[in-house]
Design a protein around this ligand. Structure first.
Ligand code: GTP
Ligand code: MG
Length: 309
């Protein structure tokens, strides 16, 4: 069967998209796919899952693995997001290491560089956000090369340094051509029409979380999670019920908003996206629940898909 599927010159493989929070990893994944698989916001730690997006090309299939941004906070959820990100570098052909050239290289970045180097993967460095001027582009390359010297590494694992803009689509075609060089399997892993294997329940929860992120001030998003409790397909309409978890009563008030205004606005935005995703009308019921310290409750982390055992 496999032999039948084999196509002359066909190549496929896995590529982990790795980097600090907020550098544009999910934006890049969506830009590659021309579709929205991973949620985006200007708040660090937006992505909380390992999300696979499948790019189908002529004679090639690339499975991109979007990951939570790596950082050094110690709280429970953050620690798990790091584990998810780091595990994603196992069994991949390539690490697509994304950096933000509009921000200077900080200590956190150096730790990520050390991790990337220690993982012994081949690497392509995507120097993102050049539409903002690329002020620190050279600093990233210099810091990386300095690390190689310090660690006495003779052969640079970064095989290409490519300045890109995920938002504007600059140099993405070139980047894909480069990535194709690293694919090593000769049969596809996924069917031709599949875009992602990210479970629908988590995808819907993430869409709701994205709209909450967009409507809330910086700190609160880290305190909330969304769990989809029910997805019912009633022929002409999807009925979806989801819970929004926060840590405190005061946060619940903020999420609901004055006279329910914020949650209503979030609901409207969610329905627009969900109806595109599900290709049907959607009835969405959102409830806000206070669960003190949900970030350290293993059962909840597992339910949310944030726990990697
Ligand atoms: N100007 C500019 N902004 C970008 C570019 N790529 C991403 N962004 C913005 O950067 C912010 C973060 O983007 P995300 O794609 O959510 O970043 P991420 O790396 O996935 O972040 P985490 O999931 O938190 O790790 C968003 O506001 C994006 O619109 C780019 O090429 N240029
Ligand atoms: Mg992300």
């Amino acid at each position: 069967m496999k032999d039948k599927q084999k196509e002359e010159g066909f190549k496929s493989g896995f590529v982990a998209i790795l980097g600090r929070p907020n550098v544009g990893k999910s934006t890049l994944l969506n830009a590659f796919l021309g579709d929205k698989v991973s949620i985006i916001s200007n708040i660090p730690q937006t992505t909380r899952h390992q999300i696979r997006g499948i790019l189908h090309l002529d004679k090639a299939q690339v499975i991109f693995v979007d990951t939570p941004g790596i950082h050094s906070f110690k709280e429970d959820l953050a620690a798990h997001l790091n584990i998810i990100a780091k595990k994603s570098t196992q069994d991949v052909e390539l690490i697509l290491y994304v950096v933000d050239t509009s921000r200077c290289v900080g200590e956190e970045e150096k730790k990520i560089m050390q991790f990337v180097l220690a993982s012994r993967n081949k690497v392509v460095m995507a120097l993102n956000k050049i539409d903002l001027g690329g002020e620190f582009l050279n600093q990233y390359m210099d810091t990386w090369r300095m690390l190689l010297k310090e660690e006495n590494v003779k052969k640079d694992p970064v095989e290409y340094y490519i300045p890109i803009s995920a938002v504007q689509g600059t140099k993405l075609e070139e980047l894909i051509e480069v990535i194709k060089e690293f694919l090593s399997c000769d049969v596809p892993f996924y069917e031709k029409d599949s875009l992602t294997d990210f479970p629908l329940k988590f995808r819907i929860a993430d869409i709701i979380r994205e709209k909450l992120f967009w409507n809330l001030k910086k700190e609160l998003p880290h305190s909330l999670a969304v769990e989809v409790q029910e997805i019912e397909d009633k022929e002409k309409i999807y009925y979806i019920r989801a819970d929004i978890y926060v840590n405190r009563d005061s946060q619940k008030k903020i999420v609901i908003g004055r006279g329910g205004s914020l949650i209503k606005q979030v609901g409207i935005l969610c329905r627009e996206d969900l109806e595109i995703l599900l290709k049907k009308k959607v009835y969405l019921e959102l409830r806000v629940k206070v669960i003190k310290d949900w970030q350290s409750k293993i059962r909840i982390l597992k339910e949310l898909g944030y726990w990697w055992a």
